[in-house]
Design a protein. Structure first.
Length: 277
């Protein structure tokens, strides 16, 4: 049976979806987001990034709603934390030791802390990540096995070659897949978070917070970590630079991140808000 769909909440992934190789939001995407806001749609960002590195994009776009950061482990607006889930402490050392045994760069993100903690020494994969992707404000090179964190870690991440990450993901899923949320966010990044964390969980939480049905939500993404959100949303879009698996998880495929795919998706949403699905 067909049903009418009216999108009232739109979650957009950041890296390789809203922003591409230029690391900037295009004019077409900015204008499309303004059109969505003017049409009464709550627009938010759903990203693996920290809140600190997400906020400048949100401010540029005039977004005022709660953002899903750290794959949804932190739901936070500019002045208020709506919800957060930190790593189960009993698995912390297991994962750090696992990464170090396999000679990957390990880093730890901590809730309410702008510093990212990297196992010393910083290798070439860690340097590339900091230079080209996250561009965090501050890093600290420490011994992650013994460092006394002031706040609970929210995420552990491995940085390595894509080939090694594929192997380690399979091993990690076998060992901790039923205990943690494990996801590849890029070809060279593997992340470990609380088991009840994903962008899909985040979208459900935000919909409930705003008293919306899931059929009134939409999502746009490109990565494996976006799949739970794409499957959860009432209508979903994968940008054309996404992998085949991600595209198959979405209802529609739009232009690539460098060709204003977010604008294409928003145009579709606005044109079909009251159409039968």
């Amino acid at each position: 049976m067909s049903r009418r769909s009216r999108v009232r909440l739109l979650a957009i992934d950041l890296d390789d979806t809203l922003i591409g190789t230029s690391m900037r939001v295009s004019l077409a995407n900015r204008r499309a987001i303004r059109r969505a806001i003017h049409a009464g749609i709550k627009v938010t960002l759903a990203t693996g990034r920290t809140f600190t590195t997400t906020l400048p994009f949100a401010e540029q776009l005039g977004l005022t709603h709660t953002f899903a950061c750290f794959q949804g482990a932190l739901l936070r607006g500019k002045n208020k934390v709506l919800a957060s889930r930190t790593m189960p402490p009993q698995h912390y050392l297991e994962i750090v030791n696992f990464g170090l045994r396999h000679n990957v760069q390990v880093c730890v993100y901590v809730l309410d802390h702008d510093t990212v903690f990297f196992q010393r020494p910083l290798d070439r994969f860690g340097k590339e990540y900091l230079d080209r992707i996250e561009q965090v404000r501050e890093i600290s090179l420490v011994n992650l096995r013994t460092y006394p964190f002031s706040h609970p870690p929210i995420k552990i991440m491995f940085v390595a070659s894509p080939e090694k990450i594929i192997v380690l993901e399979a091993k990690a899923q076998k060992k901790w897949g039923h205990k943690l949320y494990i996801t590849r966010t890029r070809a060279n990044l593997l992340e470990f978070l609380h088991p009840h964390v994903s962008k899909g969980f985040a979208l459900h939480y935000l919909a409930e917070h705003y008293n919306l049905k899931m059929s009134e939500t939409a999502a746009i993404g490109d990565g494996y970590n976006d799949i739970p959100m794409l499957k959860a949303a009432g209508v979903s879009f994968a940008v054309n630079n996404a992998s085949t698996k991600v595209k198959h998880s979405a209802d529609h495929v739009v232009a690539s991140c460098d060709q204003d795919g977010v604008a294409d998706a928003i145009d579709w949403i606005l044109a079909n808000r009251n159409q039968k699905k």
